[in-house]
Design a protein around this ligand. Structure first.
Ligand code: SF4
Length: 355
Protein backbone atom coordinates (compact mmCIF):
# COMPACT_ATOMS: atom_id res chain seq x y z
CA UNK A 1 0.00 0.00 0.00
CA UNK A 2 1.21 3.47 -0.86
CA UNK A 3 1.85 6.38 1.55
CA UNK A 4 -1.02 7.42 3.77
CA UNK A 5 -0.01 10.97 4.41
CA UNK A 6 -3.29 12.86 4.05
CA UNK A 7 -1.97 15.54 1.73
CA UNK A 8 -0.20 13.09 -0.52
CA UNK A 9 -3.30 10.90 -0.80
CA UNK A 10 -5.46 13.92 -1.68
CA UNK A 11 -2.99 15.06 -4.34
CA UNK A 12 -2.62 11.56 -5.76
CA UNK A 13 -6.39 11.27 -6.04
CA UNK A 14 -6.58 14.65 -7.73
CA UNK A 15 -3.85 13.88 -10.24
CA UNK A 16 -4.93 10.36 -11.11
CA UNK A 17 -7.19 9.62 -14.05
CA UNK A 18 -7.74 6.21 -12.47
CA UNK A 19 -8.24 6.72 -8.72
CA UNK A 20 -7.61 3.84 -6.35
CA UNK A 21 -10.45 2.63 -4.16
CA UNK A 22 -8.21 2.42 -1.08
CA UNK A 23 -7.32 6.12 -1.40
CA UNK A 24 -10.99 7.06 -1.52
CA UNK A 25 -11.80 4.81 1.44
CA UNK A 26 -8.91 6.31 3.38
CA UNK A 27 -10.17 9.87 2.87
CA UNK A 28 -13.75 8.90 3.74
CA UNK A 29 -12.41 7.48 7.00
CA UNK A 30 -10.63 10.67 8.12
CA UNK A 31 -11.78 11.96 11.49
CA UNK A 32 -9.26 14.46 12.85
CA UNK A 33 -10.40 18.06 12.49
CA UNK A 34 -7.13 19.11 10.86
CA UNK A 35 -7.42 16.32 8.26
CA UNK A 36 -11.01 17.29 7.46
CA UNK A 37 -9.95 20.92 7.01
CA UNK A 38 -7.29 19.79 4.54
CA UNK A 39 -9.77 17.64 2.62
CA UNK A 40 -12.54 20.25 2.46
CA UNK A 41 -10.06 23.03 1.66
CA UNK A 42 -8.62 21.07 -1.25
CA UNK A 43 -12.09 20.20 -2.59
CA UNK A 44 -12.95 23.89 -2.40
CA UNK A 45 -9.86 24.71 -4.50
CA UNK A 46 -10.80 22.08 -7.08
CA UNK A 47 -14.32 23.53 -7.22
CA UNK A 48 -12.89 26.99 -7.83
CA UNK A 49 -10.50 25.73 -10.51
CA UNK A 50 -13.10 23.80 -12.50
CA UNK A 51 -16.40 25.57 -11.74
CA UNK A 52 -15.47 29.06 -10.58
CA UNK A 53 -16.89 31.00 -7.63
CA UNK A 54 -20.43 31.43 -8.94
CA UNK A 55 -23.15 29.45 -7.21
CA UNK A 56 -25.47 28.22 -9.92
CA UNK A 57 -29.10 28.63 -8.97
CA UNK A 58 -31.78 26.24 -10.16
CA UNK A 59 -35.52 26.17 -9.47
CA UNK A 60 -37.55 23.07 -8.72
CA UNK A 61 -41.28 22.44 -9.06
CA UNK A 62 -42.49 19.22 -7.44
CA UNK A 63 -45.58 18.63 -9.50
CA UNK A 64 -46.87 15.25 -8.27
CA UNK A 65 -46.35 13.42 -4.99
CA UNK A 66 -47.90 10.16 -6.21
CA UNK A 67 -45.47 7.26 -6.47
CA UNK A 68 -45.87 3.61 -7.39
CA UNK A 69 -42.70 2.57 -5.52
CA UNK A 70 -41.91 1.87 -1.90
CA UNK A 71 -38.30 2.88 -1.39
CA UNK A 72 -37.60 2.14 2.25
CA UNK A 73 -36.25 5.61 3.09
CA UNK A 74 -38.76 7.81 1.27
CA UNK A 75 -41.86 9.49 2.66
CA UNK A 76 -43.53 9.41 -0.77
CA UNK A 77 -43.51 5.59 -0.77
CA UNK A 78 -46.90 4.26 -1.74
CA UNK A 79 -47.47 2.61 1.64
CA UNK A 80 -47.43 5.94 3.44
CA UNK A 81 -51.15 6.44 3.90
CA UNK A 82 -50.64 9.47 6.15
CA UNK A 83 -49.52 11.64 3.28
CA UNK A 84 -52.02 13.79 1.40
CA UNK A 85 -51.16 13.36 -2.30
CA UNK A 86 -51.45 16.01 -5.00
CA UNK A 87 -50.89 16.67 -8.68
CA UNK A 88 -50.42 20.20 -9.97
CA UNK A 89 -52.40 21.35 -12.99
CA UNK A 90 -50.62 22.70 -16.05
CA UNK A 91 -51.86 26.19 -15.13
CA UNK A 92 -50.37 25.94 -11.64
CA UNK A 93 -47.05 24.79 -13.07
CA UNK A 94 -46.97 27.54 -15.70
CA UNK A 95 -47.69 30.15 -12.99
CA UNK A 96 -44.66 28.88 -11.08
CA UNK A 97 -42.54 28.91 -14.26
CA UNK A 98 -43.51 32.55 -14.80
CA UNK A 99 -42.32 33.34 -11.29
CA UNK A 100 -39.04 31.49 -11.87
CA UNK A 101 -38.43 33.36 -15.10
CA UNK A 102 -39.17 36.68 -13.38
CA UNK A 103 -36.58 35.81 -10.73
CA UNK A 104 -33.98 35.47 -13.51
CA UNK A 105 -33.40 31.74 -12.98
CA UNK A 106 -32.51 29.83 -16.14
CA UNK A 107 -33.00 26.19 -15.12
CA UNK A 108 -36.21 24.60 -14.01
CA UNK A 109 -36.45 21.08 -12.60
CA UNK A 110 -39.81 19.35 -12.98
CA UNK A 111 -39.89 16.58 -10.40
CA UNK A 112 -42.43 13.99 -9.29
CA UNK A 113 -42.66 10.55 -7.76
CA UNK A 114 -42.97 7.69 -10.23
CA UNK A 115 -46.58 8.55 -10.92
CA UNK A 116 -48.44 5.90 -12.96
CA UNK A 117 -50.95 8.57 -13.99
CA UNK A 118 -48.32 10.79 -15.56
CA UNK A 119 -49.27 10.99 -19.22
CA UNK A 120 -46.32 11.09 -21.56
CA UNK A 121 -47.98 13.60 -23.90
CA UNK A 122 -49.24 15.81 -21.08
CA UNK A 123 -45.61 16.22 -20.00
CA UNK A 124 -44.28 16.71 -23.54
CA UNK A 125 -46.93 19.42 -24.13
CA UNK A 126 -45.87 21.08 -20.89
CA UNK A 127 -42.18 21.00 -21.84
CA UNK A 128 -43.02 22.41 -25.27
CA UNK A 129 -45.08 25.21 -23.74
CA UNK A 130 -42.29 26.15 -21.32
CA UNK A 131 -39.61 26.08 -24.01
CA UNK A 132 -41.83 27.99 -26.42
CA UNK A 133 -42.46 30.81 -23.98
CA UNK A 134 -39.24 31.13 -22.03
CA UNK A 135 -35.49 30.96 -22.60
CA UNK A 136 -35.08 28.35 -19.91
CA UNK A 137 -33.47 24.94 -19.54
CA UNK A 138 -35.81 22.10 -18.55
CA UNK A 139 -34.62 19.23 -16.37
CA UNK A 140 -36.95 16.30 -15.81
CA UNK A 141 -36.89 14.06 -12.75
CA UNK A 142 -39.83 11.67 -12.98
CA UNK A 143 -38.12 8.31 -12.54
CA UNK A 144 -37.83 5.19 -14.63
CA UNK A 145 -39.77 5.29 -17.90
CA UNK A 146 -39.39 3.68 -21.32
CA UNK A 147 -36.79 4.84 -23.82
CA UNK A 148 -39.65 5.86 -26.11
CA UNK A 149 -41.04 8.20 -23.46
CA UNK A 150 -37.63 9.69 -22.79
CA UNK A 151 -37.34 10.28 -26.53
CA UNK A 152 -40.71 12.04 -26.77
CA UNK A 153 -39.74 14.40 -23.95
CA UNK A 154 -36.34 15.05 -25.53
CA UNK A 155 -38.02 15.86 -28.83
CA UNK A 156 -40.30 18.27 -26.95
CA UNK A 157 -37.22 20.16 -25.76
CA UNK A 158 -36.23 18.64 -22.40
CA UNK A 159 -32.52 19.19 -21.83
CA UNK A 160 -31.52 17.28 -18.74
CA UNK A 161 -32.64 14.36 -16.58
CA UNK A 162 -32.02 13.48 -12.94
CA UNK A 163 -32.15 9.80 -11.99
CA UNK A 164 -30.19 9.15 -8.81
CA UNK A 165 -28.80 5.66 -8.24
CA UNK A 166 -28.85 6.31 -4.43
CA UNK A 167 -26.38 3.43 -3.96
CA UNK A 168 -24.28 1.68 -6.58
CA UNK A 169 -24.14 -1.47 -4.43
CA UNK A 170 -26.56 -3.82 -6.13
CA UNK A 171 -27.36 -5.87 -3.01
CA UNK A 172 -28.05 -2.78 -0.91
CA UNK A 173 -30.02 -1.27 -3.79
CA UNK A 174 -32.26 -4.34 -3.90
CA UNK A 175 -32.84 -4.21 -0.12
CA UNK A 176 -33.85 -0.56 -0.21
CA UNK A 177 -35.95 -0.65 -3.38
CA UNK A 178 -38.40 -3.55 -3.28
CA UNK A 179 -39.88 -4.44 -6.67
CA UNK A 180 -37.36 -2.26 -8.47
CA UNK A 181 -34.46 -3.43 -10.64
CA UNK A 182 -30.90 -2.18 -10.38
CA UNK A 183 -30.34 -3.25 -13.97
CA UNK A 184 -33.28 -1.19 -15.19
CA UNK A 185 -31.99 1.83 -13.30
CA UNK A 186 -28.66 1.53 -15.11
CA UNK A 187 -30.39 0.91 -18.44
CA UNK A 188 -32.56 4.01 -18.02
CA UNK A 189 -29.48 6.09 -17.33
CA UNK A 190 -27.76 4.73 -20.46
CA UNK A 191 -30.86 5.39 -22.56
CA UNK A 192 -31.02 8.98 -21.35
CA UNK A 193 -27.38 9.53 -22.18
CA UNK A 194 -27.78 7.98 -25.62
CA UNK A 195 -30.66 10.38 -26.31
CA UNK A 196 -28.45 13.37 -25.58
CA UNK A 197 -29.73 14.42 -22.16
CA UNK A 198 -27.30 15.89 -19.67
CA UNK A 199 -27.76 13.43 -16.83
CA UNK A 200 -27.55 13.52 -13.07
CA UNK A 201 -27.11 10.82 -10.46
CA UNK A 202 -26.16 10.77 -6.80
CA UNK A 203 -26.32 8.87 -3.54
CA UNK A 204 -27.66 9.06 -0.01
CA UNK A 205 -25.12 8.89 2.81
CA UNK A 206 -26.10 7.07 5.99
CA UNK A 207 -28.42 4.39 4.66
CA UNK A 208 -28.89 1.28 6.80
CA UNK A 209 -26.37 -1.35 5.71
CA UNK A 210 -24.14 1.11 3.87
CA UNK A 211 -20.38 0.94 4.52
CA UNK A 212 -17.44 3.18 3.67
CA UNK A 213 -16.23 0.76 0.95
CA UNK A 214 -19.70 1.01 -0.61
CA UNK A 215 -19.53 4.81 -0.59
CA UNK A 216 -16.06 4.64 -2.11
CA UNK A 217 -17.45 2.46 -4.91
CA UNK A 218 -20.27 4.99 -5.40
CA UNK A 219 -17.62 7.62 -6.07
CA UNK A 220 -15.81 5.29 -8.48
CA UNK A 221 -19.13 4.67 -10.22
CA UNK A 222 -19.69 8.44 -10.53
CA UNK A 223 -16.21 8.79 -12.03
CA UNK A 224 -16.66 5.94 -14.49
CA UNK A 225 -20.08 7.11 -15.65
CA UNK A 226 -18.90 10.73 -15.89
CA UNK A 227 -22.27 12.22 -14.89
CA UNK A 228 -22.95 15.89 -15.56
CA UNK A 229 -24.54 16.42 -12.13
CA UNK A 230 -24.36 14.54 -8.82
CA UNK A 231 -26.48 15.06 -5.71
CA UNK A 232 -24.91 13.84 -2.46
CA UNK A 233 -27.73 13.63 0.07
CA UNK A 234 -27.83 12.66 3.72
CA UNK A 235 -30.21 10.09 5.18
CA UNK A 236 -32.94 11.72 7.28
CA UNK A 237 -35.33 9.18 8.82
CA UNK A 238 -39.03 9.64 8.05
CA UNK A 239 -41.35 8.15 10.64
CA UNK A 240 -43.78 6.78 8.07
CA UNK A 241 -41.19 4.58 6.38
CA UNK A 242 -39.61 1.23 7.29
CA UNK A 243 -36.38 3.10 8.13
CA UNK A 244 -38.13 5.60 10.40
CA UNK A 245 -36.30 4.43 13.52
CA UNK A 246 -32.82 4.41 11.94
CA UNK A 247 -30.29 7.06 13.05
CA UNK A 248 -29.74 10.25 11.09
CA UNK A 249 -26.84 10.05 8.62
CA UNK A 250 -23.52 11.62 9.59
CA UNK A 251 -23.02 15.18 8.33
CA UNK A 252 -19.23 14.76 8.42
CA UNK A 253 -19.34 11.62 6.29
CA UNK A 254 -21.73 13.32 3.86
CA UNK A 255 -19.38 16.29 3.50
CA UNK A 256 -16.40 13.96 3.07
CA UNK A 257 -18.28 12.11 0.33
CA UNK A 258 -19.07 15.41 -1.35
CA UNK A 259 -15.47 16.63 -1.08
CA UNK A 260 -13.94 13.41 -2.42
CA UNK A 261 -16.51 13.36 -5.23
CA UNK A 262 -15.40 16.87 -6.17
CA UNK A 263 -11.71 15.92 -6.15
CA UNK A 264 -12.30 12.77 -8.20
CA UNK A 265 -14.90 14.05 -10.69
CA UNK A 266 -13.48 17.60 -11.00
CA UNK A 267 -16.01 19.56 -13.04
CA UNK A 268 -19.31 17.85 -12.19
CA UNK A 269 -22.09 20.13 -10.98
CA UNK A 270 -22.57 19.28 -7.29
CA UNK A 271 -25.43 20.90 -5.39
CA UNK A 272 -25.46 21.73 -1.71
CA UNK A 273 -28.42 19.36 -1.52
CA UNK A 274 -31.73 20.17 0.08
CA UNK A 275 -31.21 17.34 2.56
CA UNK A 276 -27.91 18.85 3.72
CA UNK A 277 -29.56 22.30 3.80
CA UNK A 278 -32.44 21.10 5.94
CA UNK A 279 -29.85 20.21 8.60
CA UNK A 280 -28.18 23.62 8.34
CA UNK A 281 -25.20 22.41 6.31
CA UNK A 282 -25.50 24.54 3.15
CA UNK A 283 -22.48 26.76 3.82
CA UNK A 284 -20.38 23.77 4.88
CA UNK A 285 -21.29 22.00 1.62
CA UNK A 286 -20.45 25.10 -0.43
CA UNK A 287 -17.06 25.15 1.30
CA UNK A 288 -16.46 21.44 0.64
CA UNK A 289 -16.93 21.37 -3.12
CA UNK A 290 -20.57 22.23 -3.90
CA UNK A 291 -21.37 24.79 -6.62
CA UNK A 292 -25.16 24.63 -7.08
CA UNK A 293 -28.23 25.53 -5.01
CA UNK A 294 -31.82 24.56 -5.73
CA UNK A 295 -34.69 26.86 -4.83
CA UNK A 296 -38.16 25.44 -4.34
CA UNK A 297 -40.94 27.06 -6.34
CA UNK A 298 -43.58 24.41 -5.66
CA UNK A 299 -46.63 26.51 -4.81
CA UNK A 300 -48.28 26.45 -1.43
CA UNK A 301 -50.09 24.53 -0.05
CA UNK A 302 -48.41 21.66 -1.90
CA UNK A 303 -44.78 22.32 -0.98
CA UNK A 304 -45.02 20.81 2.48
CA UNK A 305 -46.82 17.76 1.09
CA UNK A 306 -43.83 16.66 -0.98
CA UNK A 307 -42.33 15.10 2.08
CA UNK A 308 -39.53 12.77 1.03
CA UNK A 309 -38.13 13.28 4.52
CA UNK A 310 -39.34 15.46 7.41
CA UNK A 311 -38.33 19.11 7.66
CA UNK A 312 -37.45 19.39 3.97
CA UNK A 313 -36.34 22.92 3.40
CA UNK A 314 -35.20 24.52 0.16
CA UNK A 315 -33.86 27.60 1.94
CA UNK A 316 -37.34 28.71 2.86
CA UNK A 317 -40.92 29.37 2.13
CA UNK A 318 -41.60 31.92 -0.49
CA UNK A 319 -39.94 32.84 -3.69
CA UNK A 320 -38.82 36.37 -2.96
CA UNK A 321 -37.34 35.44 0.37
CA UNK A 322 -35.73 32.45 -1.29
CA UNK A 323 -33.62 34.79 -3.39
CA UNK A 324 -32.95 36.99 -0.37
CA UNK A 325 -31.73 33.99 1.59
CA UNK A 326 -29.64 32.84 -1.31
CA UNK A 327 -27.97 36.24 -1.43
CA UNK A 328 -27.23 36.03 2.30
CA UNK A 329 -25.73 32.58 1.87
CA UNK A 330 -23.57 33.54 -1.11
CA UNK A 331 -22.34 36.56 0.80
CA UNK A 332 -21.45 34.41 3.82
CA UNK A 333 -19.66 31.92 1.58
CA UNK A 334 -17.80 34.77 -0.16
CA UNK A 335 -19.21 33.74 -3.52
CA UNK A 336 -21.67 35.16 -6.04
CA UNK A 337 -24.93 33.96 -7.61
CA UNK A 338 -24.55 32.57 -11.11
CA UNK A 339 -27.84 33.06 -12.95
CA UNK A 340 -26.68 31.30 -16.12
CA UNK A 341 -28.26 28.05 -17.31
CA UNK A 342 -25.29 26.22 -15.78
CA UNK A 343 -24.80 23.70 -18.57
CA UNK A 344 -22.59 20.67 -18.13
CA UNK A 345 -18.88 21.47 -17.90
CA UNK A 346 -17.87 18.02 -19.02
CA UNK A 347 -16.77 18.99 -22.48
CA UNK A 348 -14.80 22.10 -21.66
CA UNK A 349 -11.99 21.54 -19.21
CA UNK A 350 -8.63 19.80 -19.11
CA UNK A 351 -6.76 18.86 -15.97
CA UNK A 352 -4.23 21.23 -14.49
CA UNK A 353 -2.61 19.86 -11.33
CA UNK A 354 -1.96 21.98 -8.27
CA UNK A 355 1.57 22.61 -7.18
S1 SF4 B 1 -37.47 7.73 -3.75
FE1 SF4 B 1 -38.59 8.30 -5.62
S2 SF4 B 1 -39.24 6.34 -6.50
FE2 SF4 B 1 -38.72 5.93 -4.36
S3 SF4 B 1 -40.66 6.13 -3.22
FE3 SF4 B 1 -39.63 8.13 -3.18
S4 SF4 B 1 -40.47 9.28 -4.88
FE4 SF4 B 1 -40.93 7.10 -5.21
Amino acid sequence: MKSKNVQSVIKRLYASGFPELYDIEYLLGLEKERDLELLFGFADKVRREFCGDGIIVRAIIEFSSFCRNRCLYCGLNRHNKNLKRYRLSKEEIMAAVKEINAAGIKTIVLQSGEDDELDVFWLSDLVREIKGNYDIVVTLSVGERSKGEYMIWKDAGADRYLLKIETSDETLYRCLHPEMSFENRINCSSALRALGYQIGSGCIVGLRGQTIPMLARDIMFFKEEDFDMLGIGIFIPHENTPLGKEPLGSMDLTLKTLAVTRIVTKNTHLPATTAIGSLGGTIKALNAGANVIMLNFTPEPYRDLYEIYPGKNCLNNESLTNIDNLEAITYEANRWINYSAGDSLKYKHTLCAFE
